[in-house]
Design a protein around this ligand. Structure first.
Ligand code: FAD
Length: 476
């Protein structure tokens, strides 16, 4: 696609004030803010619908799948209904996917209306640079269109990493995108890579009754988490029947007819109906013709930026997964808005919040914000711990969701909240109560808030009061 003739547009003749490449959360956040700021904005999207990897292959389908599976588990285990209602004999991955498809189409319809309402022009096709102000767009039919703007934001996201020695064309080797086309119910699956995506899919497949082996290349699950949360996840995974293998690396992957065989450097061998390879991601930069503007991505396809999300070319910005950490939809959206703010005001005071919360939609769910016990110990910060077990909460007992806990870490002297770690149903929602207090300035961010306020009863939020009392009682 590069090598398109450059018509070199004069600034007064730019087609737009800003062009955003990619319509995921990063691109949408940027485009909406720019359009609301009164600029003429275009968004280029190479897929046939807007929404990005987030809507079509990542966050939305995986969370919808997870919800269907956790409902299935709940129904099977609910003593009240299990006797009276029967779940379809073999509820499959394909059945669970139906719910995802409905959510995706609702999301696409809603998000499309944002672009329409805000007069953002949508161009469908693949964009590549001609120069720092001009893009060429190749649409599905192969025709080329050239558009120009003063500023350009790259929000092209990332894709699953494919090691060259694994044949992803085999009909039983999948990545986290292609797994959504799985149209048969495997009896067993190997998931290679125990990061967030691997762990979430392990929960989904195990919940559907598939024998699941989860291969971790590291020595513990999700090592960025507080060790207690990571240990709890390992325990519940093992308890649900997931076979966990740590510190493994594959030597060879062979697809044979209806199965796939993995040989490991440790000498182990594994055979399964299919493999989900979920180990690493690559930024979508290779088809942008970055050479034309003098930019170069690193070996993971990611772009380097400054604190204003500017690349080394001042009018070209990059946001979202294409710049790497934290690679979350939530952060991508905010990064888009911050980059747009810089373009609108030529100021760069806005920053992402320091403590970005983590939501991990495994079964059970995990969420945390702030520091872990390991960090505080290493930094020699004198902290105390307040805990609440979900099994002791009236709301948990009513819901029948007794697995889980909330842990608040706070400074022994100032009582400032330093970290919150939650494990169990709705953890990703529960965490935001604590986050809101933690973010308060001055003395308003102490654990005492939770004992000096009145909570609805019975609620999961009450865990904060229980944990705060527990923690404060430990002080002497
Ligand atoms: P994307 O959403 O990937 O969008 C990029 C868009 O750019 C795509 O539509 C692509 O087609 C388009 N594009 C690429 N190249 C071009 C080009 N040359 N021209 C035109 N268009 C182009 N995050 C969370 O916060 N919570 C979660 O629970 C969560 N779960 C996840 C589960 C899975 C299985 C995966 C894979 C990811 C998950 N994520 C989650 C991460 C989240 O999906 C990403 O961080 C987010 O999508 C990044 O947004 P983005 O805007 O940078 O890119």
């Amino acid at each position: 696609m590069p090598n398109h003739e450059n018509k070199s547009v004069k600034p007064e003749n730019y087609d737009y004030d800003a062009i955003v490449i990619g319509s995921g959360p990063g691109g949408e956040g940027a485009a909406m803010k720019l359009a609301k700021g009164g600029l003429r904005v275009a968004v280029v999207e190479k897929y046939s619908d807007i929404g990005g990897g987030c809507t079509h292959w990542g966050t939305i389908p995986s969370k919808s799948l997870r919800h269907s599976v956790s409902q299935l588990i709940e129904l099977k285990n609910n003593t009240l209904f299990a006797r009276h209602y029967q779940v379809k004999e073999s509820f499959t991955f394909a059945d669970a996917l139906q719910h995802s498809e409905q959510v995706i189409s609702k999301q696409v319809a809603m998000r499309s209306s944002f672009y329409e309402r805000n007069n953002c022009d949508l161009h469908f096709g693949e964009a590549a640079f001609i120069d720092e102000h001009t893009l060429v767009i190749k649409n599905k039919e192969g025709s080329l269109e050239q558009i120009s703007a003063k500023d350009i934001i790259i929000a092209t996201g990332s894709r699953p990493y494919h090691p060259p020695d694994i044949d992803f064309k085999s009909n039983n080797i999948y990545d986290s995108d292609s797994i959504l086309s799985l149209d048969y119910q495997p009896k067993n699956i190997v998931i290679y890579g125990a990061g967030v995506v691997g762990c979430e899919y392990a929960s989904i497949f195990r919940g559907l009754g598939v024998k699941t082996d989860l291969i971790n290349t590291q020595d513990r699950l999700l090592s960025f988490l507080d060790a207690e949360m990571s240990d709890a996840l390992s325990y519940h995974f093992r308890n649900s029947g997931i076979i966990l293998r740590h510190n493994e690396a594959y030597e060879k992957v062979t697809s044979i007819e209806n199965s796939v065989v993995l040989e490991f450097k440790s000498g182990k061998k594994m055979k399964a109906d299919c493999l989900l390879f979920a180990n690493g991601r690559t930024g979508n930069t290779d088809r942008l013709n970055l050479n034309a503007v003098g930019l170069k991505a690193d070996q993971r396809g990611q772009l380097e930026i400054n604190q204003h999300y500017q690349t080394q070319v001042k009018n070209i910005y990059a946001i979202g997964d294409v710049i790497g950490y934290p690679s979350l939809a939530s952060a991508a959206y905010d990064q888009g808005r911050i980059a747009a703010h810089v373009i609108l005001t030529r100021e760069g005071q806005k920053k992402l919040i320091k403590d970005i919360p983590t939501g991990i939609y495994t079964i059970p769910e995990i969420s945390s914000v702030g520091k872990t016990e390991q960090m505080l110990t290493e930094q020699k910060i004198p902290y105390e711990v307040g805990r609440a077990q979900f099994k002791d909460l009236a709301r948990s007992q009513i819901l029948g969701c007794e697995v889980g806990s909330l842990k608040i870490l706070f400074h022994r002297e100032s009582k400032e909240i330093l970290g919150i770690h939650c494990f169990g149903e709705r953890a990703a929602e529960i965490i935001h109560i604590g986050q809101a207090i933690m973010e308060q300035k001055g003395k308003a961010n102490t654990i005492e808030y939770f004992v000096n306020t009145t909570f609805n009863y019975p609620t999961m939020a009450e865990a904060y009061r229980v944990a705060a009392l527990n923690g404060l009682n430990r002080l002497f």
